[in-house]
Ligand binder design. Structure first.
Ligand code: HEM
Length: 511
């Protein structure tokens, strides 16, 4: 008996010792070894403290700056810590989120070298974000890696081919016209001011629900509401990403995110079920959901998508498919409201190109100035303010720089878009003419302008965005002129995407 008790005690002690050693290794030894390797390559950075890394500096400095005047110099207000560390360590340094070292990159030349060394399939996404954002994206295209990523990208790409995009255009016109008719009714009844961000986001949501999932906004409304709640829970609270057991510091929020994630999964499962029944009745459809389901049923043993993978892609596209485009249109309306000359120029261009005719997809390429405006807005206010990567193998960048396998990378898109060394002294001014005859907007380096990311992992939805942006803006500008409301408070903030934290109240005038 005594021997058995002794055996159990030894077993428990050994198990505890194993857990303790694993924790020490994963939270201390491995990160420090990775850091040493990076340092050996001459990479420096702010000193971290255990277990928060540099998070305390980042959180105290990351205050929402609210201002009644509108400055486009948003890098120094949104990321004062990056701006400061850039001054001390340059455009490439190492900082820590908890016990996770991140290589900060705002150097386009380094990015160019990295993308020639690593193919899209061989890039990873930081494991710490894959875990942290699982409720939102699961293993959808934004977060997937390796063969999984290649398989998903292959299945999804046809959903955005020119024929499918063309078919989406009439739904975009119809949905936007409904929003504008509602604006006319409101203005006629005496309401001239509304929150345009809210309006445009709902319309973009309706567009993605109809075009990619074949459902009405009403049917998708609950999903949008829950996704928005999840986004707020995950990205607006003070969180401890990368800190060991960081979720336990906000157990209520962590549970809430988990619950919302499960509810969203459930909603998509019923949506998928309904579509499967419909396919049996009327045959497959070529929208995004149709393609995903076709692959889940007929993809073959190694190529098919599991139901969980279909759900993860639905989440990714429901969210990513409307918020980013809606924000690009919202920021554009702010900039046009404060630059009446550009509002007039675009209206004039629309009169010349579209006139009184119905919008036709083929006309849109004629809206050149609108294209410059879109590029300039995405430069100053990129809806996706950063991109992340993880090295899956050692990357030999040059003879004196090697990035070890496992290194997390944080690519500061806002930082590069606001860098005077790349754009000149007028970097923070709204000047769409930069993009006249120059797709890089006169940036001194081709990789310094990355609103849609880079390489093979570039945004899959960018052509959908170009189409939607031009259609929605053409219809708005043809029916209304607008100025900024005196109640507007300029306060860009990062809630995963770059958004105006108090919406965008505009005063509208029917034409
Ligand atoms: C103004 C609009 C948009 C902007 C600024 C934008 C920006 C970006 C950026 C910067 C990336 C690269 C992220 C990275 O490298 O980690 C990306 C990827 C992605 N975007 Fe967009 N996006 C927009 C619209 C859309 C739309 C409309 C959709 C869907 C319909 C979409 C779906 C995706 C997906 C699924 C990926 C991941 C692609 C991959 O890794 O293969 N985006 N987007």
């Amino acid at each position: 008996m005594e021997i058995i008790v002794r055996f159990f005690i030894i077993a428990i002690v050994m198990a505890l010792l194993y857990v303790f050693c694993s924790l020490i290794f994963s939270f201390w030894v491995f990160p420090v070894l990775a850091y040493r390797k990076l340092k050996k390559n001459g990479l420096d950075g702010p000193s971290p403290s255990f277990p928060f890394g540099n998070l305390s500096e980042m959180k105290t400095e990351n205050i929402n700056v609210k201002s009644s005047s509108i400055s486009h110099d948003i890098h120094s207000t949104l990321f004062p810590f990056f701006a400061r560390w850039q001054n001390s360590f340059g455009k490439m340094f190492v900082y820590w989120l908890g016990t996770e070292p991140f290589l900060y990159i705002a150097d386009p030349e380094l990015l160019k070298k990295l993308s020639t060394e690593v193919t899209a399939k061989n890039w990873g996404k930081p494991a710490v974000f894959r875990r942290d954002r699982a409720a939102m994206f699961g293993n959808g295209l934004v977060m997937s890696e390796g063969d999984d990523w290649a398989r998903h990208r292959h299945v999804i790409t046809p959903a955005f081919n020119p024929t499918n995009l063309k078919a989406m255009a009439s739904l975009m016109v119809e949905t936007t016209t409904k929003m504008l008719d509602n604006w006319t009714t409101l203005v006629d009844s005496g309401t001239q001011e509304f929150d345009v961000e809210k309006e445009v986001t709902a319309t973009a949501g309706e567009i993605i629900a109809k075009t990619s999932f074949g459902i009405s906004y009403q049917s998708g409304r609950l999903v949008f509401e829950k996704l928005r709640a999840l986004q707020t829970t995950l990205f607006q609270t003070i969180r401890f990403v990368g800190v060991p057991f960081g979720k336990m510091m906000h157990p209520k929020k962590a549970l809430e995110a988990r619950k919302l994630g499960q509810e969203i999964n459930q909603l998509f499962l019923s949506l998928i079920d309904e579509r499967r029944k419909m396919i049996r009745g009327s045959g497959p459809q070529n929208d995004l959901l149709g393609l995903l389901l076709k692959q889940s049923e007929h993809g073959g043993f190694t190529k098919s998508l599991t139901t969980k993978e279909v759900v993860d892609e639905c989440k990714t596209f429901f969210f990513g498919g409307h918020e980013t485009t809606a924000l690009a249109i919202t920021w554009t309306m702010l900039l046009l409201a404060t630059h009446q000359d550009w509002q007039d120029q675009l209206r004039e261009e629309i009169r010349e190109v579209v006139g009184d005719k119905e919008i036709d997809v083929n006309m849109l390429s004629g809206l050149k100035k609108m294209g410059w405006v879109m590029n300039e807005v995405l430069r100053l206010y990129p809806s996706a303010p950063n991109a992340q990567r993880q090295a899956k193998a050692d990357i030999q960048v040059s003879h004196d720089l090697s990035i070890p396998s496992g290194t997390n990378m944080w690519i500061d898109i806002v930082g590069m878009h606001h860098d005077p060394a790349l754009w000149g002294d007028d970097v923070n001014e709204f000047k769409p003419e930069r993009f006249k005859d120059n797709i890089h907007g006169g940036c001194k380096h081709k990789m310094g302008y990355l609103p849609f990311g880079f390489g093979g992992r570039m945004c899959i939805g960018r052509n959908l965005t170009f189409l939607e942006y031009k259609i929605v803006l053409t219809l708005i500008l043809s029916r209304f002129s607008f100025t900024i409301s005196p109640t507007y408070c300029h306060s860009p903030s990062i809630v995963l995407s770059l958004r105006p934290s108090d919406g965008l109240p505009l005063v509208l005038q029917p034409l």
